[in-house]
Design a binder for this molecule. Sequence first.
Ligand SMILES: *Cc1c(COP(=O)(O)O)cnc(C)c1O
Length: 478
Amino acid sequence: MQLIYEKSVPGRSGVRIPLSDVPKAAPLPEGLRRGQPAAFPEVSELDLVRHYTNLSRRNFSVDTNFYPLGSCTMKYNAKIMENVGALFAGCHPMLALIPGGEQLVQGPLSLVHGLEQQLAEITGMDEVTTQPLAGAHGEMTGIMVIAAYHKARGENRKYVIVPDSSHGTNPASAAMAGYEIITIPTAPYGDMDLDAYRAAMNGEVAAVMMTCPNTLGLFNPHVAEICAIAHEAGALTYYDGANLNAILGKVRPGDVGFDVIHVNLHKTFGTPHGGGGPGSGPVGVKKGLIPYLPTPRVVKKADGSFGVEAHPEGIGRVSDFFGNFGIMARAFAYITLLGGEGLVEVSGQAVLNANYMMARLKGEYELPFDTTCMHECVFSASRQLKEGVHAIDIAKYLIDRGYHPPTVYFPLNVKEAIMIEPTETESKQTMDGFIEVMLEAARMARTNPEALHEAPVTTPVGRLDETRAARAQQVCCE
Ligand SMILES: *Cc1c(COP(=O)(O)O)cnc(C)c1O
């Protein structure tokens, strides 16, 4: 497919810009002027529409097909949330920060405040900041808050404990915030090895960071004990709640002893993700940590109006304004529309769907941890490997059959991992269609493995070097 720049024809245009009726000011100083005209593609409106429509048809999306990408929660986002996001499109983010501006943005400020309160209630935390722009960004913010807390107490703790079944961003975020990582292995029962954890905990540990449910889709039944052990040593407890789909309305991390949490609005709370953003990873904390939240804070004043206040002891700003506001508006609509009962239904259906998937596929696919799962289930293609078929072959075959592949080769502690997350928005009929193709792939591994090695055959390109594709992108213009 041609790049839009390759379709450019000098002089062609899709817009007619009205002549300026603003009096000409003094010319721009020489040093600020362009040496040459900007290198924009010159195309007609029709060229442009075709270009982007065709590009979009090569994209795989929840709006077109089933997308059971484990750990990513590719649920359907109802279009009404887009309408709500669009309501605020004309609201300039600087308005809240100019003198007298607060009065002009009472609605948006109340939305930020309202979302923070909703998330605090859902997670059992005392306060929430919506500033972080992604899950990993929320993790780093949360760990920086923890570091500020220890520092204010005159303590210089060096380590963060992370089980090996945590999301890969957990150790990365803690390392970015300056900590050394202690990794705890997974016990045969699928959760963090409790004895190894107990042995690793000491007065130099700043926090334990847990992904719950972990990347095997299992909820650790010992979380309360794990938190108590940390607190006894003066350490804090961090809950990676990127994905709350399994526990919404069932359990609140704040109630079982967690001090800090981040949640991904772009996973659990019905806002779009993919293509690198925009995301949102709000962070919630317990009372003792509130002073260290990022600045500024949206506050509700005594007269009921909303304002913006500096938060001097906090870790500073972690993003512009109050985060990705358009995403927050969508999440606020999602939570408000569903209400408490709706959110409980979300988690019930998400867990039921994952367990249905697990039960129907475990006859053909190896299930390393054979127990009730949460919002996702993790298989291994180890049986298919005996026929020379890898998880990647099955993944590519699914593309030919119209399904986005599940997450493969993650989590790292399962060989040939296939991680399936159907989400609550999919019907039994859709899941059955996918299950049939998965079972067919397992039969083909025995009878015709070659066909699986050749997949995909229906896409414009076959198997890409994905690392190189991400790192060495072609530059299309100077
Ligand atoms: C997706 C995910 C993250 C990272 O979130 P990003 O928005 O991609 O940075 C962290 N932890 C878990 C458990 C996740 O699933």
